[in-house]
Design a protein around this ligand. Structure first.
Ligand SMILES: [Zn+2]
Length: 76
């Protein structure tokens, strides 16, 4: 009998994606490099925390690009 649903519970530590230190599996901030870390993945490495600034910058750049295309080619 196997239960794959709880397989992440078998980990007691995860690896920080920034400094590659093993940290407690429930840590939200890496005690070593003080960066935010996400949940553990199947590989035992923590996900990088969602970077709102990078995401916002990407969306703004994309919006500016779309606006430029519209301005350059579709403006009447
Ligand atoms: Zn770290």
């Amino acid at each position: 009998m196997s239960n794959d649903m709880g397989k992440n519970d078998t980990y007691s530590s995860k690896k920080c994606p920034e400094c590659l230190t093993y940290i407690p599996v429930k840590a939200v901030i890496c005690p070593s490099c003080k960066r935010r870390v996400g949940k553990i993945t199947d590989t035992g490495i923590a996900r990088k925390a969602f970077d709102w600034k990078a995401y916002l910058g990407f969306v703004l750049a994309l919006a500016a690009f779309v606006f430029y295309i519209w301005w350059a080619f579709f403006r009447k």
